[in-house]
Write a protein that binds this ligand. Sequence first.
Ligand code: UVW
Length: 312
Amino acid sequence: MSHGEKWGLKPVSNWGRWGKDDQLGTANFITPEVVKRAAAEVRKGVTFTCAIPIDNGGPVFPGRAGIVRLMSILNLKARELGLPSDAIVNDDVIMMPLQGSTQWDSLAHVGYDGHFYNGAELKDVTAHAGAARNSIANLARSLTTRGVLLDMVRYKKAEAKGHLDQGYAITIEDLEACAKAQGVTFQSGDALLLRTGWVPHWYKTPAERATYWHGAPGLALKTAECIYEKEFSCVAADNITVEVQPSEMPDEQLPFHQIVIRDLGLTIGEIFQFEELAEDCAKDGRYTCMFVAPPLRFTGAVGSPLNPLAIK
Ligand code: UVW
């Protein structure tokens, strides 16, 4: 029995849908037609980054190491090395969890019952090679599609506070009503971009950080059904785990991760930020964009930081 059935969800699975060897999952919904449609979203030529800065000021899930950036070459004068050049050179090295900033979770990030998406097994992820199946590198030329921003903060009239309530579970009804209010109809292959305001809350209210990790607004488990039916290619949110925290299941952490990553093959994005994009959408009343968000091509990695762009 799948965990979804155990937890009372409608049966949702994409295993085998794109063949038994598929490792792209719902990114398969991004067809050439979908990419062309996404390109047509570029009308004003304005660009927004949906990333937080990669430094030690951001919210990183407790237990994950911080980010260390060092100069490996510092103001080196090439001529002092005997090289025929007046160049002065700097290089740097960064050590960080791939899950430590704005990031995609690959289809090898979370599974259950000994399996990851499409039947990949525990033995497919090893200490020396990482993920031989379902690595994020498989998506290096994907995740460019139409983005649909659902500004739940504005829709829920939480603009003064800047974020949804801690622990608020966004329902299917919320998603549909927000889309309707914004005049958006979902299309197969869309990226769902969800504004909860929770990552900005970290930056805006340092005094409240002691309770920041006690919970977060995010998607209710049940929304996995809607994500499956609407054929979203990926879902990215400006919170830490996409799904609501604390977990809706008293004895199970990250239930939504288990269903959408393992059963649907959905790539999910965390620690995004949509503040400037949301402001622009509110101004011009258009909540769709071209969303350009390929991961880095890390061989075997189970996640990747990125600088996703929304272009309108
Ligand atoms: C875990 O916390 C396991 O994952 P994520 O970073 O995807 O929330």
